[in-house]
Write a protein that binds this ligand. Structure first.
Ligand code: B1M
Length: 231
């Protein structure tokens, strides 16, 4: 290590958390990987590392992006660093011997290429025992409907991060209605600009504020549906 290089191991938990926010801001993927590894060695849960170090760091990036202090190329580096950290946590979050509790197809809607939040939802859902079919980004209606039919999913999940792309969720739900398929699926929606009122207005089953809420909501709606099916 060069003399002027910071030894992340020497930082206490609070200092390391703040250093990781800085490293995420600066798009330093190697440093993020190192920080994640140190926290794991210190006994932090993958979920705490995700939410306290990575997601919070990305929130800070978002504020300066909004205010015109950071620009797309810099935010792409931050996103890249975030993904590097997530890739270490992914196998730990999805480790589960539990039988599959349900199947979800999920993707970011047409016109939208944000995928970090959706990827987090995928990881947490897999960790909770769901089988997840990840459709990626920029999905037109047919991608959701065809995949849901092909994989016999119970849940269709949609993510949107832009106010200009969130209305597309209604296009998907309306297409399900037109095809007489709406009641075959639980439709969950999420993404920073959404809220419960929007989810109600477009006819989704639920708005999920974050990945943990997505898991809880999916579990409760799937078990309610399975209960109804047995009646
Ligand atoms: Co974009 N961007 N971006 N961006 N970007 C936002 C969303 C923005 C709010 C930034 C800002 O101005 N503050 C703003 C949108 C403003 C608006 O619509 N009102 C914005 C903009 C304007 C843009 C561009 C238009 C910029 C430009 O080109 N001039 C452009 C659009 C490109 C496009 O999609 N067509 C653009 C591009 C990009 C990058 C490519 C540089 C990069 C994306 C990289 C990537 O995803 N691979 C990027 C990023 C990183 C962001 C911010 C900074 C961070 C998003 C993120 O990853 N958050 C974002 C600012 C912000 O949101 N604060 C911003 C962390 C993630 C963990 O949270 O995604 O909210 P989130 O996911 C949460 C919950 O929302 C929920 O659970 C997740 C985990 O807890 N959730 C779900 C999400 N999806 C769910 C689905 C579910 C359930 C829950 O289904 C069941």
């Amino acid at each position: 290590m060069a003399d002027d290089e910071l030894d992340l191991n020497s930082l206490d938990d609070n200092e390391l958390t703040e250093q990781m926010w800085d490293d995420l801001y600066d798009g330093l993927a190697d440093a993020i990987e190192e920080g994640v590894t140190i926290f794991l060695k210190r006994g932090w849960t993958p979920y705490d590392i995700l939410t306290k170090a990575l997601v919070e760091g990305m929130r800070i990036v978002g504020v300066d992006f909004r205010d015109g202090i950071l620009f797309v190329p810099e935010v792409l580096l931050s996103a890249n660093a975030m993904k590097a950290g997530m890739s270490i946590l992914r196998p730990l979050l999805v480790e589960t011997g539990a039988p599959k509790v349900g199947k979800m197809v999920i993707g970011t809607v047409k016109g939208d290429i944000h995928d970090i939040g959706k990827n987090l939802v995928c990881m947490m859902m897999e960790g909770a025992g769901f089988e997840v079919i990840d459709l990626g980004i920029n999905n037109p209606v047919d991608n959701y409907i065809n995949a849901a039919i092909e994989h016999q999913a119970e849940i269709i999940g949609m993510s949107a991060l832009l106010t200009t792309t969130m209305p597309y969720m209604k296009v998907v739900i309306d297409a399900l209605k037109e095809k007489g398929l709406r009641n075959d699926y639980i439709v969950l929606v999420g993404g920073a600009p959404l809220n419960e009122a929007f989810a109600d207005a477009i006819g989704a089953d639920a708005y999920c504020r974050d990945a943990a809420v997505a898991v809880e909501t999916a579990k409760s709606l799937v078990s309610r549906r399975q209960g109804l099916a047995q009646v």
